[in-house]
Design a protein around this ligand. Structure first.
Ligand SMILES: Cc1cc2nc3c(=O)[nH]c(=O)nc-3n(C[C@H](O)[C@H](O)[C@H](O)COP(=O)(O)OP(=O)(O)OC[C@H]3O[C@@H](n4cnc5c(N)ncnc54)[C@H](O)[C@@H]3O)c2cc1C
Length: 346
């Protein structure tokens, strides 16, 4: 079978590439070994335009956010599945300093779309808030596992995906790429952290971060707000909430750890007046990079081989915009960005 593109990996990165290739009537095949513990299948899917204590704007968020909104809304219709909501985030300050940082940032016109009112969290008696709360506007939530599953069904019903491990020994490169019975003009690798095993793109400058998350039951809490106080508390369904996430830099297994559980439960206890019960624990490896920018690059020798990876903690927001960017660059022979090139560290 002949294709224009082979995509390796169907996390959020590979899915978005496939979507924009489909829209451009390209012939493509996705090769993905289904993994319930992939980063995309574990992620909370929050799109937060300003992150960290210093409230730093996400890279290129003014372009990335409206594009993500448009793409997910279109995909919800196309797949006839709900997985996207626009939602404010409630950030509980932990000191007077936090409130001051917010006020200073809010004076900056660059931040006015994202930093809303400062309020008291009076309507949530079970949540401990010793300080006030800042409302982050224009945030979103993408139920990534729901999207990944629905998109996979669409690919399956159009015979555009095969569920298997991509074996590099089977890849032959010439003018075209030959893999088993398939050939393609281009190949794009989107394997998430498993790209550490990709011999075509060796020594990728990742600093991988394992993340753990809990699903908890909180019988006395009934809120639809996404609340952040060092960790996120995210409503899932009746009385059930996701709590996350941790950052562990030296552990590349997807096993949950006592350390992760303790960190999350300690932080949750500081947020809640009431009891909770752990229902489930999950872990995955985020494809985080040294400078928090993705890898969107061409192979140095095989110019039709690409990598689309390194979405880090922001796969939900960055993937739509940059997948569209890469597809447009390849089809219309436009240059890629220096900021996302693999040579940027040399
Ligand atoms: C606990 C946690 C919480 C997170 N919360 C958020 C959040 O709130 N918002 C946000 O934007 N991001 C969040 N993230 C980060 C987000 O998950 C990632 O940015 C994103 O999912 C990366 O997607 P990806 O497609 O690059 O990789 P992945 O999701 O890892 O997908 C890679 C795919 O490639 C397949 N694959 C790999 N190698 C091969 C091979 N050789 N052959 C065949 N298939 C292969 C894998 O099976 C997998 O399906 C979170 C991550 C974690 C761990």
């Amino acid at each position: 079978m002949k294709y224009d593109f082979i995509i390796v990996g169907q996390g959020i990165a590979g899915s978005m590439l496939a979507w924009f290739l489909w829209k451009q009537n390209q012939r493509f095949l996705v090769i993905d070994e289904w993994n319930p513990n992939s980063s995309s299948n574990i992620a909370a899917g929050i799109i937060n335009p300003v992150t960290g204590r210093k409230l730093v704007k996400t890279w290129r968020i003014d372009e990335v956010l409206p594009f993500a909104l448009q793409t997910y809304t279109e995909l919800e219709k196309f797949l006839n599945t709900s997985f996207f909501t626009q939602q404010d985030l409630y950030k509980i300050f932990t000191s007077d300093d936090d409130e001051q940082i917010w006020k200073n940032r809010k004076n900056d016109t660059e931040y006015q779309n994202y930093l809303g009112k400062i309020v008291e969290l009076q309507d949530e008696p079970e949540i401990i808030s010793t300080h006030k709360v800042g409302i982050i506007k224009n945030a979103c939530r993408v139920l990534l596992p729901v999207f990944i599953k629905a998109f996979r069904q669409f690919l399956e019903s159009n015979e555009k995906i095969i569920n298997e491990k991509f074996e590099f020994d089977e890849l032959k490169m010439n003018e075209q790429f030959y893999y088993k019975n398939y050939s393609a003009k281009h190949i794009i690798f989107c394997e998430g952290y498993q790209a550490i095993n990709n011999p075509l793109f060796p020594n990728l400058p990742f600093t991988l971060a394992k993340g753990e998350q809990l699903l908890v039951e909180i019988p006395k809490l009934n809120t639809s707000k996404i609340i952040n106080r060092n960790i996120y508390l995210i409503p899932e369904n009746k009385n059930r909430y996701f709590v996350g996430a941790t950052y562990l830099w030296n552990d590349m297994s997807v096993d949950v750890t006592q350390e992760g559980r303790n960190e999350l439960t300690d932080k949750l206890k500081k947020m809640l007046r009431c009891d909770f019960k752990i229902i489930e624990e999950r872990a995955a490896i985020r494809p985080t990079t040294k400078d928090r920018r993705p890898f969107i690059a061409q192979h140095s020798k095989y110019s039709n081989a690409y990598i689309f990876n390194g979405m880090g903690t922001k796969g939900a927001s960055l993937s739509p915009f940059f997948a569209h960017f890469l597809v447009d660059a390849i089809l219309n022979k436009k240059p890629l960005l220096k900021e996302t090139d693999l040579n940027r560290f040399t």
